[in-house]
Ligand binder design. Structure first.
Ligand SMILES: [Zn+2]
Length: 373
């Protein structure tokens, strides 16, 4: 009897969490034409369609979002402005010990920033080994980029090991924040914190108020009754590395997490803002089609994938919400700069039409919190 009651309760809870999202999934299955704004770069007049009314001053049109996500029943109106950034993961290199490696990456970063800035694009840098590089080789490229309008946060890779605790995650985050403070940067956002331990509490304790790029491994910390049906007992964050929420259209809305045990439920009293992952930049085709096995270079298929998803994202946006989305990019191998610019031009078409707006992760967080009041 007890079991039946528990099962019914969790079923009802799941319905309340996911029930309202079903219409969005249906929307995603509707084939949609790519808008003509896509490849144009020199637009002076915003291109508009009935569904895509440009909103040039989005902050003034946003309505308060004091209703919890789970209580919202209405379908998105497809007229929201999507706050957009490129989240660059600066990890996986020996930039703390290898001066040549660090200097090459610092130059690469500056080269990318030069290109992005031509389009008014702002990056959100989630830094790991490069922090030590800046300190050891006396080149503060991170602060320089922050001063150029990009944002600097942390890619922690903390919490994914067996035996990780709130304390161990806090220690890593605090150490990294401390080093960034030495560089003149007050980092308030992090990725790579998914854990079986209460990572929401750990972030709160370490003064990280925003978490990006959360992956399925982070579902481990939930009360078992709250884990979505797709959950598997992932052995590591790299096994459970699919972005959460699983559906693309569900990744447009940030929410506040109160605790690791219930973080998938929006709680306006929560202290840690979850800004869900967008889509990979250099791995977009593979990610969207469920192809696993190593990361690939940015290629034409990835750009085509972005062409396909952008109209879906606009359709799933809502003018009454703070909408967010981002490209996730693993920094490292040199990228084809012409392809990168082609992608930027694609994004720029949507910026010019008012559907997307460049906004770093901390700017998104600030907008979300301001909009709650
Ligand atoms: Zn990582």
């Amino acid at each position: 009897m007890k079991r039946t009651v528990a099962f019914l309760l969790s079923f009802l809870l799941m319905l309340s969490i996911f029930g309202c999202r079903l219409p969005e999934k249906n929307v995603s299955q509707t084939p949609q034409a790519t808008p003509e704004v896509v490849l144009s770069t020199e637009q002076t007049e915003p291109a508009t369609t009935a569904e895509q009314t440009p909103t040039l001053m989005p902050t003034e049109t946003l309505l308060p979002t004091d209703t919890p996500q789970s209580a919202q029943e209405t379908a998105p109106d497809g007229k929201g402005v999507i706050n957009f950034t490129i989240v660059l993961h600066l990890e996986g290199w020996h930039d703390g010990e290898n001066e040549t490696s660090f200097r090459r990456h610092a130059e690469q970063l500056r080269e990318y920033a030069d290109l992005f800035e031509q389009y008014g694009a702002t990056m959100s840098l989630e830094s790991k080994e490069i922090i030590d590089g800046c300190i050891n080789w006396n080149d503060n490229v991170l602060l320089e980029l922050q001063q150029r309008g990009h944002a600097v946060g942390i890619h922690a890779d903390a919490g994914g090991q067996d035996g990780a605790t709130i304390r161990s995650i806090v220690r890593t985050l605090t150490e990294m924040r401390g080093k960034l403070l030495l560089l003149g940067i007050n980092a308030t956002f992090a990725s790579g914190v998914a854990s079986k331990a209460n990572w929401v509490k750990a972030c709160e304790d370490a003064e990280i108020d925003t978490v990006s790029c959360m992956v399925a491994y982070g579902l481990w910390s939930l009360d078992e009754s709250l884990r979505p049906a797709e959950f598997e007992p992932y052995r590591s964050p790299s096994v459970g590395h699919a972005p959460y929420p699983f559906e693309l259209e569900d990744r447009l809305t940030p929410w506040l997490a109160e605790d690791g045990s219930n973080w998938i439920i929006d709680d306006p009293a929560g202290k840690v803002l979850i800004i869900p992952s967008g889509l990979s930049l250099n791995n977009a085709y593979e990610e969207l089609n469920g192809i696993t096995g190593g990361k690939s270079e940015l290629d034409a298929e990835d750009i085509e994938t972005w062409q396909e998803i952008l109209p879906r994202l606009v359709e799933a946006s809502d003018s009454g919400k703070v909408n967010t989305f981002y490209a996730v990019w693993s920094f490292g191998s040199a990228v084809d700069m012409d392809l990168l610019e082609e992608w930027l031009q694609l994004i720029d078409g949507y910026v010019q039409s008012g559907n997307l707006r460049w906004s770093t992760i901390p700017e998104m967080a600030e907008l979300y919190r301001a909009n709650m009041q």
